[in-house]
Design a protein around this ligand. Structure first.
Ligand code: HEM
Ligand SMILES: *[C@@H]1O[C@H](CO)[C@@H](O)[C@H](O)[C@H]1NC(C)=O
Ligand SMILES: *[C@@H]1O[C@H](CO)[C@@H](O)[C@H](O)[C@H]1NC(C)=O
Ligand SMILES: *[C@@H]1O[C@H](CO)[C@@H](O)[C@H](O)[C@H]1NC(C)=O
Length: 505
């Protein structure tokens, strides 16, 4: 008898979970839009959630199957979204009629400290004000002075490599996991440029800043678990009053920034980093931003810069070792710049002069786009029409919009031979051929990435320094086929980004 009851209970529970997992599946039934039958739990994104394949690949495959439709229903797990497969429509929604779609979707409705104060999460007027406050922080002029702060960290990274290479047998070069190396570099650069703190993660890998910063990013361990729980079943998360971030660790960063601001005010210290830029724009802004609201903007670097910048160096290095001609040409350009600098260290303006570097990085961001999608949410009803006036879709408040960046970047209609790494796509002669709004590595419109200049100067600066000293080569542990081997959300091989660095004479 007991057994029967247990069995029944399990059955009922199973049914309830199944019902829950498919509860949203009728979302597009009466809305006159094409969609693919979703699967329980996984919707249209299938096995990438289980880590069996990469998110990028699943999204590109979905785009490929549906690209004949300008708008298409898409189930991101259980969440129904309207995917825009057409560049002109992306332009309409993200630029022309931005007023109807001014926000990103919230990944969780909690009153978590700092999380809701980050620019990327803010909404409507509050977002607009903060974006206006931050825009002057990320201008080319500000980045130029901030770039000088990066020099020390580049130097420490190179010193670390040269110590390693002194220890290795000559002629063999260094085998390094580029991801580990770049994570440390990213960390030190965030510490110095965003938090006004000098750390050296190459000499002391267990420094407090690194440890605490790591425990806050979403991409690993219990943090990822909590994040997924909060995204997938927010009700449970909120019911138990769970928090994604540990309060003490958050406090560590708040103190770091607040104390630095106070100290600088009292001692009249100038240092061209985020803290100072935020202090300046805070006084210039009409808004009364709280300490938390200011600190949260430094906090963004952990989520936006940390993984992205490191991954971009990794994917680019991988392409360089697979395409020795491209690496050679880039090396020659770097060498030229080095000579023109006559012994002084790299500057922001010298970085901007490297045209080929820009082509290579642009192509790297095309082929290995770090954000495979971005999103918007509809805040005012909106009827989407085609150029000839035919109605395509009626958006209702709360509808979520999906912009298939990876799908577009891999579409042979826009980028012939999408698997080919070809920086010439971005040459002066050919870049005009790119169809507008098909190349979106940093998103599009007023809500695009605010940190793109920062990211580009860091990545270009590091690659310059690396290439003038080392030739990047394949090692036995180098990933064979990133497209096949990448798993989950991050474009990274499970075993790491191993490569060999051969010192140049
Ligand atoms: C290679 C590195 C990076 C890539 C590929 C990248 C990509 C993106 C993308 C695709 C978006 C969404 C844009 C949209 O929806 O239209 C975004 C937003 C954002 N990114 Fe980045 N990003 C990078 C680095 C950074 C860095 C270094 C920062 C530093 C502050 C940053 C800060 C932000 C912020 C604050 C937003 C939200 C903007 C808003 O909502 O107004 N990103 N990024
Ligand atoms: C940049 O770093 C290098 C190596 O660490 C150092 O020799 C150089 O003096 C630094 N340049 C500036 C402008 O600080
Ligand atoms: C800003 O805050 C100060 C002090 O907290 C207050 O006196 C002032 O009225 C506030 N200004 C606005 C525009 O809210
Ligand atoms: C999507 O199609 C492009 C060609 O347009 C192809 O290169 C790419 O591999 C396809 N994506 C997937 C996941 O099969």
């Amino acid at each position: 008898m007991v057994c029967l009851e247990i069995c029944l209970a399990i059955l009922v529970l199973g049914l309830m979970i199944y019902k829950w997992s498919t509860a949203t599946h009728r979302a597009f039934d009466d809305r006159g839009v094409y969609f693919e039958e979703p699967k329980p739990f996984f919707g249209n994104i299938g096995t990438s959630m289980l880590g069996l394949t990469s998110f990028h690949k699943v999204l590109s495959a979905f785009y490929n199957r549906t690209r004949g439709h300008k708008v298409v229903g898409f189930f991101n797990l259980r969440t129904p979204m309207i995917q825009l497969n057409d560049p002109e429509i992306i332009k309409k929604i993200c630029i022309k009629d931005f007023d109807h779609f001014p926000n990103h979707q919230l990944f969780l409705e909690s009153n978590e400290r700092l999380l809701n104060d980050m620019l990327s999460v803010m909404r409507d007027q509050r977002w607009k004000h903060m974006r206006n406050t931050l825009t002057p922080v990320f201008t080319a002029a500000k980045m130029r002075s901030m770039f000088a702060l990066m020099n020390d960290s580049f130097g420490e990274c190179l010193e670390h490599l040269s110590r390693l290479s002194d220890g290795s047998k000559s002629g063999e070069g260094l085998e390094v996991d580029m991801k580990v190396l770049c994570n440390k570099l990213s960390n030190d650069l965030i510490a110095t440029t965003a938090f006004g703190l000098k750390v050296n993660s190459f000499e002391s890998p267990d420094n407090e800043f690194y440890q605490i910063g790591q425990s806050l990013t979403f991409s690993r361990g219990s943090q990822l678990f909590k994040f997924l729980l909060a995204t997938l079943i927010p009700k449970v998360f909120l019911f138990f009053n769970m928090k994604i971030f540990n309060g003490q660790k958050v406090e560590y960063f708040v103190r770091l920034v607040v104390d630095a601001m106070k100290y600088r005010e009292e001692h009249n210290i100038n240092r061209p980093d985020m803290i100072q830029l935020l202090m300046e724009s805070k006084t210039e802004s009409e808004d009364n931003w709280t300490d938390d609201e200011i600190v949260a903007q430094c906090f963004i670097f952990f989520f936006a810069a940390f993984e992205n910048n490191a991954n971009l160096i990794c994917t680019t290095s991988l392409e360089l070792l697979e395409n020795p001609d491209i690496q050679q040409r880039l090396y020659e350009e770097a060498k030229e710049v080095q000579e023109s600098l006559k012994g002084s260290s790299l500057t922001y303006d010298a970085v901007q002069k490297m045209k080929y570097m820009d082509m290579v990085i642009s192509e790297s961001l095309r082929k290995w786009t770090l954000a495979p999608v971005t999103d918007r949410i509809c805040s005012k009803d909106y009827t989407l029409t085609d150029d000839d006036g035919t109605k395509l879709f009626d958006f209702k408040v709360g509808d979520r919009v999906n912009i298939p960046i990876a799908g577009l970047h891999w579409d042979d209609k826009y980028f012939p031979e999408p698997q080919k790494f070809d920086p010439e796509r971005f040459s002066d002669e050919r870049k005009n051929e790119i169809v507008p709004y098909t190349y979106l590595p940093f998103g599009v419109g007023p809500r695009n990435c605010i940190g793109n200049r920062y990211a580009l100067m860091q990545v270009k600066g590091m690659l310059y320094n690396l290439l003038i000293r080392y030739k990047i080569e394949r090692s036995p542990k180098t990933v064979k086929d990133l497209w096949e081997e990448a798993r989950g959300f991050n474009l990274a091989p499970k075993a790491g980004y191993w490569m060999r660095l051969m010192p140049r004479k």
